[in-house]
Design a protein. Sequence first.
Length: 305
Amino acid sequence: MGRVLDALNLRPGWRTRFAPAPTGFLHLGHVVNAIYVWGMARAHDGRVMLRIEDHDRSRCRLEYEQALLDDLDWLGFTPDGGTTAEFRAGASALRQSDNDWRYAAAITALEIRGFIYPCRCSRGDIARLVEDRPSEEMRYPGTCRDSAIPPDASMQRRVKLGPERERFFDLLRGPQEQVPAEQCGDVLVRDRLGQWTYQFAVTVDDLDQQIDVVIRGEDLLASTGRQRALARLMGRKRPLHFMHHPLVRHPGGAKLSKSAGDSGVRELRAAGASAADVIGHAARLAGLQADDAPCAACDVHRFFT
Ligand code: GLU
C-alpha cells in the first residue's frame, strides 16, 4: 500500500474523513470503515476529519449522533479534526445540519454561472420516462433542463453535467472510469423538501475539509464520478483519490446496516466484549485477519503497512 500511496504524491498530513450518518447506531460495518480510515491514516502519515452526515433531517436523530460519538470514543478511534469532545462543544469538525450557509453559497455560485435549474419531476415521472431503458440506476433524462420553469415553482434543483468521462484511481481497485451523464444524468442537488442531497453536501464538505483521500464502502463507488464532476464545477484543483473497500455482510447477504440488532457495537458492548474484541472481530469479517484476535484502535495501522 505504501508504494501505491507514494505514487499519488500526497502531501504530508494528507486528509481523509470518517463520515457516519446518524440514522442508527454504530454497527460492525462502521467499525470496518473506521479500521480502513484510521488504519490508512495512521500507517501513512494522514489525518482523520470527523463529519456528521445529517443532511437528511427526516432520518437523522440527535440521539443517534450522540451514541455514534460515544461508541467511537469507546472503541478508541480519535479523529484529528476535533476530538469527539471538542466536536460536541462545537469546534473543528463538521455537522452538515450546521453547514446550511455553505451549501447555499455553493449552489448560488453555480446558479450564477448557469449550471443550476429547477426541476418538477418526481421519481415516478422519471421512472415512467425511462422505463424502456432499464438500467441499474434511474437516469434523469433532462426533461426540465431547458424548460424555463420559474424558480419558485419547485424546491428541487439539478446541476447540469457535461458528457465527460471521469477517470480516477481507486487504491484497492486500480483505475476506474465512469460517465455520470449516462449513469444518472443531471444530479439533484436540492430535493423537493428543500434538503441538500447527499451528492451535493458531501462534495462541498470534501472541499471544505480539504480531503485528499475518500475511504468508504464499495456501495458508494457509483457516486464517485458524479462527485468528481461536481467538485470540478465548484473549482476543486487538488486531486481527490478514492479507496472503496468491500462491505461486510450477514451470511444471507443482507447489508449489516439494515439489521444492526446483532451487529451493533452497543449490543456487543453490553454482552461484555472489549473494544479490541469488537475491532478484531470486524477485521476478521473484513478479511483483514484470519481470526478474531483482539486488536486495539491504536494498532489498526498494521493492516495497511
Ligand atoms: N454517510 C455515508 C455513510 O454513513 C458515507 C458517505 C461517504 O463516505 O461519502 O455510509
